[in-house]
Design a binder for this molecule. Sequence first.
Ligand SMILES: [Zn+2]
Length: 450
Amino acid sequence: MLSSAELGLAAPTRSMLHPDVETLPRERLEALQLERLRATLKNAYAHVPLHRARLDAAGIAPDDVRSLDDLQRLPFTQKTDLRDHYPFGLFARPVAQLSRLHASSGTTGRPTVVGYTRRDLALWADLMARSLACAGTRRGDVLHNAYGYGLFTGGLGAHYGAERLGAVVVPMSGGSTERQVQLIMDFRARVLCATPSYALAIAEVAEKLGLDLRSSALEIGMFGAEPWSAAMRVEIEQRLGLRAVDIYGLSEIMGPGVACECAVRNGLHGWEDHFLFEIIEPETGRVLPDGEAGELVITTLSKEALPMLRYRTRDITRLARTPCDCGRTHARILRVTGRNDDMLIIRGVNVYPSQIEAVLVGRPGIAPHYQLVVERRGSLDHVAIEAEALPGIPEAQWPALAHDVVHHVKSLIGISTEVAVRGPGCIPRSQGKAVRVRDLRPKEDAGALK
Ligand SMILES: [Zn+2]
């Protein structure tokens, strides 16, 4: 981690869009949170039957909440609640009063639908603009937005945030990768917004075209919407010649811009004036102290159309509320390790795909593209890793590369795997969210992966 002096942060507030709020002393931040929590509870209780029924069952009325500690008495909300009340059952406003709807892709079952009032959209743009500024984006920067436009919140979320900041948006969306490369070069984009896996696909296509993105105007990459390892960050920075910044969000809470890294890059500042963050033990729901790893739970504090009470994100991470060198007082969400839903249990060992990624990426001779194939053999889950050789590595050397990966996965993660090294270009490339795991287990057994 670099100190603020080394990073050249002579004026700590330089990159802050809302310096008064971003540096608010904790006592004042918490007073604001309590006031907004009470208003959120009133909104949820008055307009959302599910929340009212659960609060009644827990014996809590909105006026009973007198301190932030009372938050722990409130019931949790889960993704299944959105699905069970599809499409609009958790909305606190009639649909006719909304300005926009987004929905998840819904790979299993019904999609989850989220709604925004005009004020919710303005807040989202503000917080996304704050996040972009926090990462170093400036007014007047050309921002190449390769997040998918459409029902997914990534594209439009980044778009309106960038406009709100005063950046010049190129609304590219995903796909047409050759064209992406050309426009990044021609329009002199300083900022790239994409999923980390797609950023890598852009780098690869550029290299094939003989164009060097390291000599382009790109300086900042805003990468999110999928977990990525520190090794992947180094790989992306080297291939694209930019500073890779982690940004976090989820549509159930708002979309991108819930949290973002600052210049220090020691965790993502979660915007506590509009969200309450907790870490819980997933099995018991018990709130864990700062610094302990568990499931991130978020309560919205200002949203009108879709107030969320203690939403279980399924993301596994840690929280830090110690001061940050950048001068911001807002809590830091340490980088997300993975999602509970993605966790594989291999012979009793909990493994996230990002841990395997950390072993693969940067290993000599191995390209940063991979897939994990999970099968059931007898009563045991079995993981096969499909990796890819870098161009120019003779095929005769691939078995030795595979052996090297088996050895390092065993010694660093503690699981035995089969590894197949394939030729350059054999692993499918990301066009947005990467598919890292192919689960071939019988459906009823694949509980941890759905
Ligand atoms: Zn900071």
